[in-house]
Design a protein around this ligand. Structure first.
Ligand code: NA7
Length: 538
């Protein structure tokens, strides 16, 4: 049965972004419906249930900063909380701010069409319902559209086979199981480290190794949590000041001014310290200058050699095609030591290609490996995929998929010419993909909420990014890549993992100029009456 209802705002997704946007709009007294595909709130933290899933952000920088009461009542148990705790936190937020009545669960948005004469979006769900709204806000997640390689014979495999995002919600007994994990990104590295001791035999199918560094997690005791609570203003101010929105920002000292012994001393300290320090709290030059990067890469390669007993295996785990930190750095707990276990085998797919699945397992390099479980930790169609998987059609029948066929184009990640009143909370070309996500979400929710307040105050009912402002931003985003070695990353940071075929170049999916500059820029746009956007009363 088709029903039609109207809300001023429809928000797609009840993850970290959708929940904050909903809270803010309700505080502003607006009429909002959130449509969520899952049965509960939490987005990424609801969906990803694989063993080992946890933050790489310090827990106390991941929580929302918008409510002092919330900050003071919530205790984090670890520096880097595991998924169940994060999900409990987001459920607590949903309860505390009475968000659930405004969320329609178990409902997936499949299409959205802009009805120009009525200046409304018609949102279609997989339940066959249509909901109309004035503003459509997407909070669909940057890493929520999984990619699974097509493996010949996959349908004949008699064991369990799934993407990490679809890890069975009822859990999976791995005791005595023969398991293969395909992929060694941040997810694969967490899964591999978490399950190696439980399973009978673990086969890691590695296409390319990734650089990884220790998470150095530890519990947060009651005294330390009280101390953190007393410093939240300072902690969030620090996050606001760093390019990545973390407590870690580049050191002031220049790489060239330090001698090799001083560099080594810094790197030893960072390697043993919690979190992303070795990546983001390092000399600026290590992510910009190939020589500085090579020296740091050699330091980390030696760490891998020290931690892995078998020299041949250690060499296979050391990336040769990119330097340290050029791709998103996975943080690990005992990952390299996993390969010292007798029940773990590393298969280098460049030597033994993954040929096919059979009823009993997989064939690599002509040999069959018997398996009970195949786990695809093969990543996501990042930043773009969750949006283009929805059939979004704007003005004059223009489909978002077609508008972005040769790469996403947005004004500041928020808006796309030809798609009036569609606001992507952390869309392509935003800074959020490269930022401690909730900190970027906070920036973006504030900006979007101020925008709709401004529109209401002035009687505007339609907003659309201009083509000129969008072109200029696309150009600025490209420019933001030029200084960084990351520009060549063959990973989800550049869409290389899914969007590119053959000889195409990496794409620009995010602004890499850092969160403070992004914030300055979008605040300036707002100060100038939303320069670069056409605002109309229709
Ligand atoms: P990533 O970082 O995109 O990693 C995916 C991994 O899967 C990576 O090692 C890929 O190898 C590998 N992969 C992808 N396709 C294949 C095929 N066809 N065959 C073999 N191996 C393959 O995704 P994650 O889920 O680990 O992490 C995503 C983000 O989630 C992470 O950065 C955090 O922000 C949270 P490749 O390196 O491309 O050769």
């Amino acid at each position: 049965m088709t029903t039609s209802e109207y809300h001023e705002f429809v928000v797609i997704g009840a993850g970290v972004g959708g929940l904050q946007q909903l809270t803010r709009l309700l505080q502003m007294g607006r009429d909002v419906l959130v449509i969520e595909a899952n049965a509960g709130v939490g987005g990424t933290w609801f969906q990803n249930r694989y063993p080992g899933c946890r933050f790489d952000s310090e827990s106390f920088t991941y929580g929302y900063s918008f409510s002092q009461e919330l900050l003071q009542e919530w205790d984090w148990s670890e520096m880097f909380a595991a998924r169940p705790e994060t999900l409990r936190y987001l459920e607590h937020v949903a309860d505390r701010f009475e968000l659930r009545p405004h969320i329609r669960f178990d409902t997936r948005v499949v299409a959205a069409r802009y009805d120009e004469p009525r200046n409304r979006w018609r949102v279609e769900t997989d339940a066959g319902d249509t909901v109309e709204c004035r503003f459509l806000i997407t909070a669909v997640g940057n890493l929520s559209a999984p990619t699974t390689p097509s493996l010949p014979g996959a349908d004949t495999f008699e064991g369990a086979m799934f993407h990490t995002r679809d890890w069975p919600h009822d859990g999976l007994d791995l005791e005595g199981a023969r398991v293969a994990v395909v992929g060694t990104g941040a997810t694969g590295i967490q899964v591999i480290s978490a399950i190696a001791a439980q399973v009978d035999r673990l086969t890691v199918l590695q296409r390319r190794p990734n650089w990884a560094a220790p998470l150095n997690n530890r519990p947060i005791g009651a005294d330390e949590m009280a101390e953190i609570k007393s410093r939240y203003d300072e902690i969030f101010a620090r996050c606001d000041a760093t390019p990545g929105g973390f407590v870690h920002g580049p050191v002031e000292e220049r790489f060239a001014d330090a001698d090799p012994a001083q560099r080594r001393a810094l790197w030893e300290r960072l390697y043993d310290a919690p979190g992303f320090g070795i990546w983001l709290g390092n000399y600026r030059e290590v992510l910009m200058d190939p020589e500085a990067n090579a020296e740091l890469s050699a330091f980390v390669a030696d760490k891998i050699r020290q931690r892995v007993d078998d020299p041949a295996t250690a060499e296979k785990l050391i990336p040769r095609d990119h330097g340290f930190g050029v791709q998103r750095l996975p943080l690990e707990t005992g990952y390299y030591e996993t390969y010292n276990r007798p029940n773990v085998e590393l298969v280098d797919l460049s030597e033994e290609p993954l040929e096919r699945a059979t009823p009993r397992g997989v064939v690599v390099g002509g040999r069959e490996i018997a398996l009970d479980v195949i786990v695809f930790a093969t990543g996501f169609d990042a930043i773009v995929g969750a949006l283009t998987r929805i059939d979004i059609v704007g003005r004059d029948g223009l489909a978002l998929r077609d508008a972005w066929r040769s790469g996403p184009r947005t004004a500041y990640g928020f808006a796309v010419p030809g798609f009036p009143n569609l606001l992507a909370l952390t869309g392509p070309l935003s800074a959020s993909g490269a930022t401690n996500f909730p900190r970027a979400i906070d920036t973006c929710v504030t900006w979007v909420s101020d925008l709709v307040q401004h529109m209401g105050d002035h009687g505007y009912t339609r907003i659309e990014a201009t083509a000129e402002a969008t072109d200029a931003w696309v150009h600025d985003v490209a420019h933001s890549h030029e200084r960084l070695l990351m520009r060549n990353a063959r990973s989800w940071f550049t869409g290389y993992n899914t969007n590119l075929r053959g000889t195409e170049k990496p794409r620009h999916l995010m602004y890499l100029g850092g969160a403070p500059r992004f914030r300055e820029r979008i605040d300036e746009v707002a100060r100038h009456g939303y320069e670069g956007f056409s605002l109309e009363r229709v």
